[in-house]
Design a protein around this ligand. Structure first.
Ligand SMILES: *[C@@H]1O[C@H](CO)[C@@H](O)[C@H](O)[C@H]1NC(C)=O
Ligand SMILES: *[C@@H]1O[C@H](CO)[C@@H](O)[C@H](O)[C@H]1NC(C)=O
Ligand SMILES: *[C@@H]1O[C@H](CO)[C@@H](O)[C@H](O)[C@H]1NC(C)=O
Ligand SMILES: *[C@@H]1O[C@H](CO)[C@@H](O)[C@H](O)[C@H]1NC(C)=O
Ligand SMILES: *[C@@H]1O[C@H](CO)[C@@H](O)[C@H](O)[C@H]1NC(C)=O
Length: 595
């Protein structure tokens, strides 16, 4: 019994000793300019020599190394056989250094190398045979160098490669058959070069490719047969080129394509057959082009499209049925065009549309029932436009609408019951318009409205019942108007009101008390009369300084967003004369002693 326990202890001891000895042994073997780490779980050795001011590759890297980090060092070249004995190496990081050239035999011996990082150096060219010794490369990053040409055979035989990034170099032409062996390639990045054209053969053979990034080049034309043999491609980025022409049927065989970005080009015309065959497309970006009109049927094959970006173009007129076929579209961006005209049927068929962005359009009036049938619509952005009135028929049938943005127009008239059917509307933004009056029925039907923004209009008074339908209202901004009298109804008939902004009006009578639920009241920039009638309110302010704050820090909007600005809430008295210019809260108690 005793002896068997001893044996067990002895055995355990050996085990513990063996476990401890391993890292020690490795650290003795580790290159003297580097740090070694052995993964307990996979027992793979990683060697870290990043940013050590090395002027050459260390000669004493342990042979068993799996990952080698040599990024951020000072060597400008690497000689033949720099890593000769590292036959276990899987990952080699040489990024962000000073490399200008590499010997054609630099990677000799790295048969198992799978991941190679050479990005962010100053490489000008690569020897044609440099990757012949690394047949198992799976990912190769060469981006942000100064490569101006690639040898036709550079990637020959690299059939295991799935990621190749050659973006942000100075390539103006690619070798026509340079990628033909990359049968396993899934992602190819060619962005940020100077490519002016793409040969027909270029992408043939890339049958597994899922993502192709060609943005930021100098392409002018997309020919019909360049992308024909990419049956698995999901994402194609062509943004920020100089594309003026896309051949009809250019994408016709791309049955898997889900994402196509053609924004920031020079397209002015879309042919009827431009997008033919893109039956899986979910996102189509065409913003920042010079598209001046849309023809009916252009998008007819895109039955799964969810997002269509057409902002920053020059479209003037939206004819009938231009978006026909887009039954799954959720977001339509048309802001910053030159839109002046839309028809009753312009948006016909968009039965899933949730957001429509028409900011910066110059419709004077909206055609009656222009949004008819858009029963899923959540948000309408019609701000920064030329609207002069809101008419009764404008927003008919929009029973799902939550947000309506009408700020920065010239609206002076809101017809009776214009918002009648918007039972779910939560936010109505009418800031910066020309409203001088509202009728008692203006907000009729808005029983879910939470935010009502009416600042910077010309309102002189509010009819006593105008806000009565808004039983859900919690936020009311009436600042920057010409209100002289605030009816009691405004304050006391809105049970959920939390925020009330009355700054910069022409009010003189302070409220005698304020509703219980109110959290914030803004009053500066008026002509307050600080006589005896103001005493109860003064007492309230002094007791509840948080409800009527003297000032508040807030994030600026517009010109300099995200900067902190201070807004003041001075209740400056204008009368009686002995209080003029003084804040109500600073008027002495003496002044109120006979009240
Ligand atoms: C590398 O050289 C720079 C500049 O001489 C120095 O500041 C830095 O500490 C050096 N880094 C190492 C790891 O020796
Ligand atoms: C590589 O291995 C050979 C033989 O094992 C040895 O002679 C040589 O010094 C090693 N070279 C390096 C750079 O470690
Ligand atoms: C389009 O251009 C405008 C104005 O130059 C710019 O503000 C916007 O960010 C651009 N949008 C895209 C998607 O490129
Ligand atoms: C406003 O309503 C409050 C509470 O109902 C009442 O005490 C006050 O006298 C009213 N003020 C005016 C000016 O009608
Ligand atoms: C408001 O009061 C602050 C001090 O609390 C003062 O600095 C500011 O000039 C006042 N603003 C106006 C418009 O009176």
């Amino acid at each position: 019994m005793q002896s068997s326990t001893l044996v067990l202890l002895w055995a355990l001891g050996t085990l513990v000793w063996a476990e401890e000895a391993k890292p020690t042994e490795e650290s003795i073997l580790c290159s003297k300019s580097c740090t070694c780490l052995n993964d307990d779980y996979t027992s793979e050795l990683s060697v870290y020599c990043s940013s050590r001011n090395l002027t050459q590759a260390p000669p004493d890297i342990p042979v068993s190394t799996r990952s080698l980090w040599l990024d951020g060092n000072l060597f400008t070249t690497l000689l033949a056989d720099s890593f000769k004995n590292l036959s276990n190496l899987d990952f080699l990081n040489l990024q962000s250094g000073q490399l200008v050239s590499l010997d054609s035999q630099v990677f000799r011996g790295l048969h198992t190398l799978a991941h190679l990082h050479l990005e962010r150096n100053n490489l000008r060219w690569l020897p044609a045979t440099i990757f012949q010794s690394t047949p198992n490369l799976a990912s190769l990053n060469l981006h942000n160098n100064q490569l101006s040409r690639l040898d036709d055979k550079l990637f020959a035989g690299l059939s295991h490669m799935w990621l190749l990034n050659i973006g942000w170099n100075s390539l103006s032409v690619l070798p026509e058959t340079g990628f033909q062996d990359l049968h396993g390639l899934r992602e190819l990045v060619l962005a940020g070069n100077r490519l002016a054209y793409l040969q027909t053969q270029l992408f043939q053979g890339l049958t597994e490719l899922k993502e192709l990034d060609l943005s930021g080049n100098q392409l002018r034309v997309i020919k019909a047969n360049v992308f024909v043999k990419l049956p698995k491609l999901l994402k194609l980025y062509l943004a920020q080129n100089q594309i003026m022409t896309v051949a009809p049927r250019a994408f016709v065989s791309m049955k898997s394509l889900r994402w196509l970005d053609l924004s920031r080009n020079r397209l002015s015309v879309l042919h009827d057959e431009t997008f033919l065959g893109l039956h899986s497309l979910h996102v189509l970006r065409l913003s920042n082009n010079s598209i001046n009109s849309l023809r009916p049927g252009t998008f007819r094959d895109l039955q799964y499209l969810e997002e269509l970006g057409l902002c920053h173009n020059q479209i003037r007129v939206l004819g009938e049925r231009v978006f026909e076929g887009l039954g799954h579209l959720e977001v339509l961006s048309l802001e910053h065009n030159r839109l002046q005209e839309a028809r009753m049927g312009s948006f016909m068929g968009l039965s899933h549309l949730a957001v429509i962005k028409l900011t910066g359009s110059c419709f004077r009036t909206l055609p009656d029932q222009v949004f008819k049938g858009l029963s899923k619509l959540h948000s309408i952005h019609l701000d920064k436009g030329c609207l002069t009135k809101v008419s009764t028929q404008g927003f008919i049938g929009l029973t799902s609408l939550r947000r309506l943005f009408l700020q920065h127009n010239d609206i002076s008239v809101v017809e009776r019951q214009s918002f009648m059917e918007l039972q779910r509307l939560q936010q109505l933004d009418l800031r910066f318009n020309k409203l001088a009056s509202l009728s008692s029925h203006t907000f009729y039907g808005l029983k879910s409205l939470d935010y009502l923004l009416l600042s910077n209009n010309l309102l002189r008074q509010l009819p006593s019942e105008v806000l009565l339908p808004l039983q859900h209202l919690s936020w009311l901004d009436l600042s920057g108007n010409k209100l002289e009298v605030l009816l009691n109804a405004t304050l006391y008939m809105l049970p959920r009101l939390r925020y009330l902004n009355l700054r910069d009006n022409a009010l003189s009578t302070l409220p005698s008390s304020i509703p219980d639920g109110l959290d914030q009241l803004w009053l500066s920039g008026n002509n307050w009369q600080c006589d005896c009638s103001a005493k109860p309110f003064r007492d309230f302010c002094l007791q509840k300084p948080l409800v009527v704050p003297r000032q508040m820090e807030t994030l600026a909007e517009g010109e300099e967003p995200n900067t902190l600005i201070t807004i003041y809430n001075n209740i400056t008295c204008t009368s009686p004369p002995n209080t003029a210019g003084v804040d109500l809260r600073d008027v002495s108690s003496e002044h109120f002693k006979d009240c």
